[in-house]
Design a protein around this ligand. Structure first.
Ligand code: UD1
Ligand code: MG
Length: 459
């Protein structure tokens, strides 16, 4: 659509107060880089083209999502220099939505409202403001007698500022809608101030030219929160986490102890699932309906179908089918696929393996590079010896197999359907269907042994 505004996100500058090798806007909030939150909000709020202003070599351009254009700021300092760096990307006659990369919680609804106000007012510029925050350090909005915007006064340094200026509570949030032509024309006339060119310098120029500068006031303080330090990041993450938990709760998920769970923004959870204390859900984790997750479960890029239960366990890049149960104290590693209604129990580790439908691995086992057939029962303490020191080999345990406790499977090895293994066996050869594989020395009883031992003590 040609009338969609272009979003211009200012994201240059390392953010030295973060004390990090990572540029500020790439620090994550609930699993997603700050800048990506802003991009997402801009797109949902109606932006067409999205342009990000970055510094050459800072790594931000490489981290942009698909379809976002990078514009390098190679000269000049300040927010006006940032916008000028993207000059070639702005559509003549269009609307430019200007946003800061360090305001991750800006809501798409607010962006859409800002653009609507701008259009309705037929303004050359519309700025987002609030009176709900501590105004220290922010640019304050100086209004003329008639209520229109006269100028913005920066207050990072309060030197030389009047009492009237410092008593203003209305702050500029650094989020604007502009008419592209008016913006570019005014920017050319903005001079330097303390070595920087301020974007806010355009407002008096536009006013002088007889253009309308409108205001969209907001009471949405989380949208207004900017990040300059890790303490600020922590605060923003706290607010984002609360929003994520609330979104799931309103969509039908029960979250016990909401302060004591951590859920990334990208996680999906079905209705009637319950998330208990100490649960951490990361990345592309997908949880179906009617699941019970936690207490103390960590899921990273894990998929649970409906009705799965997971307690006190650690799951990474794996799949668990409907009705299966995992834990307590299980470790599912990449490539683990647990079948419908199966059970992976206490102190069990599964890696790159399929555990079949209704199969059970209840206690103290390691299943690696293996296939456990439908309905098989793996007894306590079974180990697949999958690694010969150089290469990994597969173990196949057929349908309905019953293994004995402490069976070791020296891979590659195949246990036929319905077969058994004897307790304590080291299985190095294939076991045919329905057979018993047993490999342990026969038991020998030494009669009268205890008496001989006690005689020895008396001597
Ligand atoms: C700016 C506003 C201030 C407002 C505040 C809201 C100006 C002059 N002031 O101040 O009125 O209250 O935001 O948070 O605009 N950036 C670049 N290139 C640069 C400089 C900055 O891309 O050369 C980017 C930064 O990465 C940041 C954004 O522009 O995302 C804002 O810059 P910042 O220096 O943080 O401005 P503030 O002092 O916060
Ligand atoms: Mg800032």
């Amino acid at each position: 659509m040609p009338d969609q505004p272009t979003a211009l996100i200012m994201a240059a500058g390392h953010g030295t107060r973060m004390h990090s090798t990572l540029p500020k806007v790439l620090h994550k909030v609930c699993g997603r880089p700050m800048l990506h939150w802003v991009i997402e909000a801009a797109r949902q709020g109606g932006a067409g083209k999205v342009v990000c202003v970055t510094r050459p070599g800072d790594g931000v351009a490489d981290a942009l999502p698909e379809g976002v254009v990078a514009a390098e700021q190679t000269e000049g300092e300040g927010t006006a220099a940032a916008v000028l760096a993207a000059r070639e990307q702005l559509e003549r006659g269009g609307t430019v939505l200007t946003l800061s990369g360090d305001h991750p919680l800006i809501s798409w609804e607010l962006i859409a409202e800002l653009v609507a106000t701008h259009t309705r007012a037929g303004a050359a510029a519309t700025l987002l403001t609030t009176e709900q925050l501590d105004p220290s350090g922010y640019g304050r909005v100086v209004r003329a007698q008639d209520g229109s915007v006269e100028r913005i006064v920066e207050t990072k340094s309060t030197e030389g500022l009047s009492r009237t200026e410092l008593s203003i509570r209305e702050i500029n949030l650094g989020t604007y809608a502009f008419d592209a032509d008016a913006l570019l024309a005014a920017l050319d006339q903005v001079g330097e101030q303390d070595g920087e060119r301020y974007l806010t310098g355009v407002f008096p120029i536009l006013r002088e030219a007889g253009d309308t500068v409108a205001i969209h006031p907001t009471t949405d303080t989380s949208s207004a929160m900017g990040v300059n330090t890790r303490a600020g990041l922590m605060e923003v993450e706290g607010v984002a986490q609360r929003q994520i938990v609330e979104r799931h709760a309103l969509a039908g998920v029960t979250i016990r102890a909401p302060e004591a769970v951590s859920i990334d923004v990208s996680v999906e959870i079905g209705t009637d699932s319950e998330i208990a204390l100490g649960t951490v859900l990361r990345g592309a984790t997908r949880i179906g309906s009617g699941c019970s997750v936690g207490p103390q479960a960590t899921l990273m890029d894990a998929t649970l179908e409906d009705g799965v239960s997971v307690a006190h366990s650690y799951l990474v890049d794996c799949r668990v089918a409907a009705g299966a149960s995992v834990g307590p104290f299980a470790y599912l590693r990449p490539g683990a696929a647990i079948g419908e209604g199966a059970k992976v129990g206490t102190f069990v580790e599964v890696k790159n393996s399929e555990v079949g439908r209704g199969a059970k691995v209840p206690h103290l086992s390691y299943i690696g590079d293996a296939e456990v057939g439908d309905g098989a029962n793996v007894a306590a303490g079974n180990i697949t010896a999958n690694y010969d020191g150089r290469r990994k080999h597969r173990t196949v345990i057929g349908e309905g197999v019953h293994t004995g406790v402490h069976t070791s499977f020296v891979a590659p090895v195949h246990i036929g359907a319905g077969a058994y293994t004897g307790a304590g066996s080291v299985i190095t050869e294939d076991v045919p269907d329905g057979a018993l594989g047993i490999s342990r020395p026969e038991q020998k009883n030494v009669e009268g042994y205890a008496d001989r031992v006690s005689e020895g003590h008396r001597e």
